[in-house]
Write a new protein. Structure first.
Length: 463
């Protein structure tokens, strides 16, 4: 079975203790609204809607993108919890090609520089100066011109990107850029470590050493598909089709990889003739371990399901080599759950049908997940209507914890935050190393407005 193709205005200083119409013991949470639709944007006009990209750096700065209500249509912004600044606007001067038509998908480095996409390429700005990293039509190494696609970046500001090549010897490739030079990591038609040549590529990711991990299809060798890591000098095979998989069977196909700062690579795989057919694998080019395999035992009873085409989708990885993932289950008391594993131990974070911390309800299903380097897992979940006073007005929330025994409820639909009733959380920002860092998320409210909110647990109260 083949795996399907698949990782301003001034700060509104409204901090308040959590207020919820539920009983029981729950954590006290402090919310801060970073930006809200309808507010004045720092470079003119208003925030109209936020675009789901939330980027954080180790200093706690938050970068985000938004649609605007005039004079610009889109913008990329950064907040330091004191003020919010515009980094780039759709309609402001592009230093190389007239005007940006749109700006989106920011990433923020440790020093506070913001990398972002535009219709003309990938740029970096600090609010005072904007520079082009790679643009449509730039010369491709080896000949031809580049049309870059989606990028990834590391905390130092190095970027990885895929690009199509026009009028060159190659038609596409994977590249790294340091702000001055663009270096090819892999090109179609070039030799693959598993034999034959590369044929096509997925979107690359990048670690703190500047190594790029990427999915590729090959022709003429021992593998049709693989996950590789390259640094511009050499390419290492992480996983490849027809290799023996941990637990038995052979790899068939892979999803897009996730990497951490150390170069460990996490990927979903389809497995033939094994206990699979799906697995979540962690590798570094030397060792490969299975984080989870469908058909194998799951913590707290039952097995990871085998007949689910979307098993183990959208996993996340921290710098300690811990992966957080959602899975469907069979043969136990729960039908799904969220887990954290490193290949040696697996910890249940939340299970369907069990009590949801901070409420009198039970978990029904799970949504978006993220993980911090301290092992905390944050996730969006729905509760079972009709149980413990749960209905469609209060059945969605955000929880965070390192295990099912220390979960905290951060926010829940029906709750009033800064004078507005939350309808549902929409997106989660990445977690940071420091467990004292708050969690940043995007929510939709009853007046159809959206807001970026920072939330942190400050204690426990009886309600």
């Amino acid at each position: 079975m083949k795996f399907p193709r698949f990782i301003c205005c001034a700060l509104i200083a409204l901090t308040l203790s959590q207020i919820l119409s539920v009983t029981g013991v729950r954590s006290q949470v402090r919310h801060t609204v970073i930006a809200a639709s309808g507010d004045a944007a720092p470079a003119g006009g208003n925030f109209a809607e936020f675009l789901n990209t939330l980027a954080l750096n180790a200093r706690g700065q938050v970068a985000f993108d938004a649609r605007l209500g005039g004079p610009s249509r889109t913008g990329v912004f950064v907040s330091d919890y004191i003020s919010t600044s515009a980094i780039a606007l759709g309609g402001n001067p592009d230093p190389t090609a007239g005007n940006f038509n749109f700006v989106s998908t920011p990433f923020i480095t440790t020093r506070g520089d913001v990398i972002f996409n535009t219709d003309t390429g990938i740029f970096r700005g600090d609010g005072n100066r904007t520079v082009a990293l790679v643009r449509n039509g730039d010369a491709a190494p080896g000949g031809g011109t580049l049309t870059p696609s989606r990028y990834a970046a590391n905390s130092q500001g190095l970027i990885a990107f895929g690009a199509f090549i026009t009028e060159g010897l190659n038609t596409e490739g994977i590249f790294r850029n340091d702000g001055t030079h663009t270096i090819p990591i892999a090109l179609d038609g070039s030799p693959a470590p598993t034999g034959g040549t590369f044929l096509f590529f997925g979107s690359p990711v990048i670690d703190e050493y500047g190594q790029l991990a990427f999915f590729a299809g090959m022709t003429g060798g021992s593998a049709d598909f693989g996950i590789y890591r390259g640094d511009g000098a050499s390419i290492t095979t992480i996983f490849a089709a027809n290799q023996i998989a941990p637990g038995g069977g052979t790899f068939v196909d892979f999803g897009e990889p996730v990497t951490n700062k150390h170069g460990q690579v996490l990927a979903l795989a389809s497995i033939d003739n094994g206990a699979g057919p799906f697995g979540l694998l962690l590798g570094d080019g030397t060792d490969t371990v299975a984080i989870a395999l469908s058909g194998r035992a799951a913590p707290k009873g039952g097995n990871y399901a085998t007949g689910v085409a979307l098993q183990f989708l959208s996993p996340v990885l921290n710098d300690r080599g811990q992966a957080a993932f959602a899975a469907f289950l069979t043969g136990g008391t729960s039908r799904s759950g969220i887990f954290r594993g490193d290949g040696a131990t697996t910890v249940p974070i939340a299970l369907e049908g069990t009590a949801a911390a901070g409420t009198t309800g039970t978990f029904a299903s799970f949504g978006k997940i993220n993980i911090g380097n301290d092992g905390r897992v944050v996730f969006i979940a729905t509760l079972t209507p009709g149980t413990g006073g749960v209905d469609l007005s209060n059945n969605i929330g955000i929880w965070v914890g390192t295990s099912e025994t220390d979960l905290h409820l951060l926010a829940r639909s029906g709750e009033v935050i800064a004078g507005k009733t939350l309808i549902r959380p929409l997106s989660l920002g990445p977690l940071q190393i420091n467990s004292e860092r708050p969690i940043v998320w995007l929510g939709r409210f009853a007046d159809n407005s959206t807001a970026i909110v920072s939330s942190d647990v400050v204690g426990e109260s009886d309600y």
